[in-house]
Design a protein around this ligand. Structure first.
Ligand code: ADP
Length: 244
């Protein structure tokens, strides 16, 4: 479903992604872990073309981008439509209700008729446990509920891949579980997911594969059991010890 080949990204002189190779199969849940500043978010944002790598290729589904060549804007737009992204801070429109936030993408990007988009948005909000909050504005929702609207937004355009960038790290601890439960449910339904998170328990329970990054490289990848309990990589061991 996703294939990353020799991806490099710089911020000025800072080499943030160094020859990254990565594959994600359809229906797979891949959790990316690693120390702060190791490039996890930049990798995820590159998959959604929120960052533009300097070289390398990304294939998602049927579409490929080769970053060593100039890209046409239309190509980038089409490529980006294939993935949904859930951010640390939900990025909801404050002046739109929950249901309006969720139907916004389908209506403006996919030109879905409003009544149809609204019905679908309501169904999705129902699915993430917010069926009673359709007409409520973001400021009237808890952080965890806002984040679930964020997930509903990502789902609304019918994407096959969802990228999660530390979806629970801005939440109060008691709100984290609801968001993780929704993510778990999506995983069980076969959604392809790449998740940057510090929630090791979630990674252990839900991930098919864990990728450990450090200093812009993928140091190792394996099943949660391999990475968390039997790694021989000193850098992984050190990281796991530090986070306890
Ligand atoms: P992580 O998600 O693992 O914490 P990031 O991908 O956010 O790491 O960042 C990797 C490195 O790139 C860090 O050194 C960070 O400071 C730097 N960086 C990230 N975004 C930018 C940016 N927009 N401009 C300059 N440097 C950036």
């Amino acid at each position: 479903m996703i294939k990353v080949n020799q991806l490099n990204k710089y911020f000025g002189d800072l080499h943030v992604l160094k020859d990254i190779d990565m594959n994600v199969n359809r229906g797979e849940v891949v959790v990316v872990i690693g120390p702060s500043g190791s490039g996890k978010t930049t990798l995820l944002r590159s998959l959604n073309i929120l960052e533009t790598p300097e070289s390398g290729e990304i294939t998602i589904g049927e579409r490929s981008l080769d970053f060593s060549r100039p890209q046409k804007k239309k190509q980038l737009v089409e490529f980006r439509k294939q993935t949904g992204m859930v951010f640390q801070n939900h990025n909801l429109f404050p002046h739109l209700t929950a249901v309006q936030n969720v139907m916004e993408g389908p209506v403006t990007v996919q030109k879905t008729p409003k009544t149809e988009a609204k019905k679908k948005a309501a169904d999705i909000l129902n699915k993430v446990g917010l069926g009673d909050k359709l007409d409520v504005y973001p400021h009237q929702l808890s952080g965890g509920q806002q984040q679930r609207v964020g997930i509903a937004r990502a789902l609304a355009t019918g994407v096959e891949v969802i990228l999660f960038d530390e979806p629970t790290s801005a939440l109060d601890p008691e709100l984290v579980a609801d968001v993780l439960d929704v993510m778990k449910e999506l995983a069980e339904e076969g959604m392809t997911m790449v998740v940057v998170t510090h929630e090791m328990k979630f990674a252990e329970e839900v991930a098919d594969r864990v990728i450990f990054m450090d200093q812009g490289t993928i140091v190792e990848e394996g099943t949660p059991d391999e990475v968390f309990h039997s790694t021989k990589e000193p850098r992984t061991q050190q990281f796991l010890q530090r986070i306890g």
